[in-house]
Design a protein around this ligand. Structure first.
Ligand SMILES: CC(C)(COP(=O)(O)OP(=O)(O)OC[C@H]1O[C@@H](n2cnc3c(N)ncnc32)[C@H](O)[C@@H]1OP(=O)(O)O)[C@@H](O)C(=O)NCCC(=O)NCCS
Length: 170
């Protein structure tokens, strides 16, 4: 059983650990490289989570029965009169040992519910790596449809991965 809640500055250390592990374990799923975050001080995330409280965006966390952070996803609403009807869904991750328990789906469903309450927000956008077939299936199951493909956007060593653009109305 997990609890989904919006992340606050007090969760910065746990979020730092979780995202560093995600980027190390799934290099083709995220555009940030492990070398860019491995020594990142968690204080940077304290500021980031504090700043989020002043925007329309949020980061959700999935917490296990012991209060440990085991999954996360972020919503970034776009800014400006011509773009504010859209928001980007980024960094969906569930810790490897807790995958296939419905946590990813619970995170996304809660994100969609919360996004639906944001004034003026009409649609969600995201990019998923062609390497992340599990994530793509999950996005399709939660109402996202493919709108395009950006070729060779992520290079990991000698391997290139496309980014698949997906969209969902709210
Ligand atoms: C994608 C991810 C978040 C899914 O989290 P999860 O908690 O395991 O997902 P759920 O248990 O809620 O499963 C929901 C659906 O996802 C799909 N799915 C999840 N894991 C899968 C797998 N290993 N193979 C195929 N489909 C899978 C299935 O459609 C599943 O529905 P089903 O169980 O009815 O078949 C997780 O696998 C992950 O963190 N992957 C690595 C990071 C990543 O790729 N992030 C996406 C970046 S855009």
């Amino acid at each position: 059983m997990v609890t989904i809640a919006k992340l606050e500055p007090k969760h910065a250390k746990a979020l730092n650990r979780l995202t560093i592990d995600a980027i190390r374990d799934y290099p083709a799923a995220f555009t940030t490289d492990y070398s860019q975050v491995r020594h990142r001080p968690f204080g940077m995330l304290v500021d980031h989570l504090r700043d989020l409280e002043r925007t329309r965006g949020f980061r959700l966390g999935a917490f296990d029965a012991g209060g440990e952070l085991v999954g996360t996803v972020r919503l970034i609403p776009r800014e400006g009169p011509k773009l504010a009807h859209s928001a980007d869904v980024v960094f969906l991750y569930v810790r490897r040992d807790r995958q296939r328990e419905g946590i990813g789906r619970a995170l996304l469903e809660r994100l969609i519910e919360e996004a639906g309450r944001i004034d003026g927000l009409e649609q969600l956008e995201l990019s998923v790596s062609s390497d992340s077939s599990a994530a793509r299936r999950l996005y399709e199951q939660t109402g996202f449809e493919v709108t395009g493909v950006q070729r060779r956007q992520i290079r990991v060593g000698e391997a290139y991965h496309d980014l698949i653009a997906m969209w969902r109305s709210l």
